[in-house]
Ligand binder design. Structure first.
Ligand code: TXA
Ligand code: MG
Length: 326
């Protein structure tokens, strides 16, 4: 049977959430919307259930998952300490697209943390995610709801296309507003350390904490966070990033007989297939994965993406584009 996709429209919400809560209590896998991307959830305290997430995604056991909770009080179920920096960041950004890496409690199954001494936690701000977590009353382990190394889903249809038949339920809360994954910050060390850039940029973190360590792994360096593999978040179509204007590269590939699409932030360009994304970082992030999912389905040989400027506000977008390029 295909995986059921349940509407979260106002008149269906309570019934859909009730089914999702029952499924999670039974150790099943439920995809749900967050404000960043869709997550693939399981009861974080049930090792067998979390193992099923890894099987469904084809995720390597060395990559730990983020645990989602409904309140700061619930963090105590999984973390053994709540450092000052965590308190200050949570006050500023929770619920929201920020993940904190904290010392773990022994009760957290090894599969969640990849056997490591820390656990990653966040309170999402999406109303469907928050209600689900509050009704369930348990922490929910949830990586992005895609097969390992595929693009993250920003719509329920993306989840269905990638994971149909491999998971138990999909809650459809419409397109996500944020569009790329949360910022991950390790607060077990001082100063705190940025592990993955995301919707909250480093300058915003530093306004709260003062200077932080920013040595995020680039695709060519070693990995501070086990999940920061060089190639990640990638469409199936080979993607190439260019600094500045991409039209010369497009022209070159068209002349070589390839089918090419260009992703740009400028309007009124001519040439082959052109997809224009918003010129501001927040708008661009919100639409990026949707655009790549769309172009992937159109059957090009190559996607050319013009990199936005090398500035703080664009850090997460540039990071995702580099990881998506082959
Ligand atoms: O926005 C998001 O963060 C989405 C939604 C569903 O919450 N989730 C998400 O999960 O992107 P995932 O599994 O695709 O990415 C989790 C990232 C990985 O880079 C992983 O290595 C890192 O968080 N991570 C998880 N636990 C960690 C830990 N204990 N220490 C360091 N990094 C950790
Ligand atoms: Mg992911």
């Amino acid at each position: 049977m295909p995986t059921p996709v349940l509407s979260c429209a106002a008149d269906r919400l309570d019934a859909s959430l009730a089914r999702a809560v029952a499924a999670l209590h039974a150790g099943k896998l439920v995809a749900f919307p967050t404000e960043t991307v869709y997550g693939l959830g399981a009861n974080a305290l049930d090792a067998d259930a979390v193992l099923r997430i890894f099987a469904a995604k084809g995720r390597p056991a060395t990559n730990p998952v983020i645990v989602h909770v409904a309140s700061i009080a619930q963090v105590a179920l999984i973390a053994s300490d709540w450092p000052d920096d965590a308190d200050r960041l949570a006050a500023a950004f929770w619920p929201g697209p920020l993940t904190l890496v904290l010392p773990r409690r022994r009760e957290v199954p090894d599969v969640v943390t990849a056997g490591g001494p820390t656990v990653a936690v966040r309170i999402p701000s999406h109303p469907v995610a928050l209600r689900l977590l509050a009704m369930l009353g348990l922490p929910v382990a949830a990586p992005s709801a895609n097969r390992s190394n595929h693009l993250s889903p920003t719509k329920a249809q993306h989840v269905f296309a990638d994971l149909n038949d491999r998971i138990d339920l999909i809650l459809d809360g419409g397109p996500t507003s944020g569009g790329i994954e949360s910022t991950v910050v390790d607060v077990t060390t001082r100063p705190a350390r940025l592990l993955r850039p995301g919707l909250i940029d480093p300058a915003a973190l530093e306004r709260i904490l003062g200077p932080i360590l920013r040595n995020v792994a680039t695709p060519s360096t070693s990995l501070p966070s086990p999940g920061m593999l060089a190639r990640h978040y990638a469409p199936r179509t080979p993607l190439e990033c260019v600094e500045g204007d991409g039209s010369a590269r497009v022209e070159e590939l068209l002349n070589a007989g390839l089918r090419v699409a260009l992703v740009t932030r400028q309007v009124s360009r001519s040439g082959s297939r052109i997809l224009t994304l918003p010129a501001d970082p927040v708008g661009y992030a919100a639409r990026l994965y949707g655009a790549l999912h769309l172009l992937d389905a159109e059957g090009f040989d190559r996607l050319i993406v013009e990199l936005p400027p090398d500035e703080d506000a664009w850090l997460a977008v540039r990071d995702r584009l580099r990881r998506a390029s082959s």
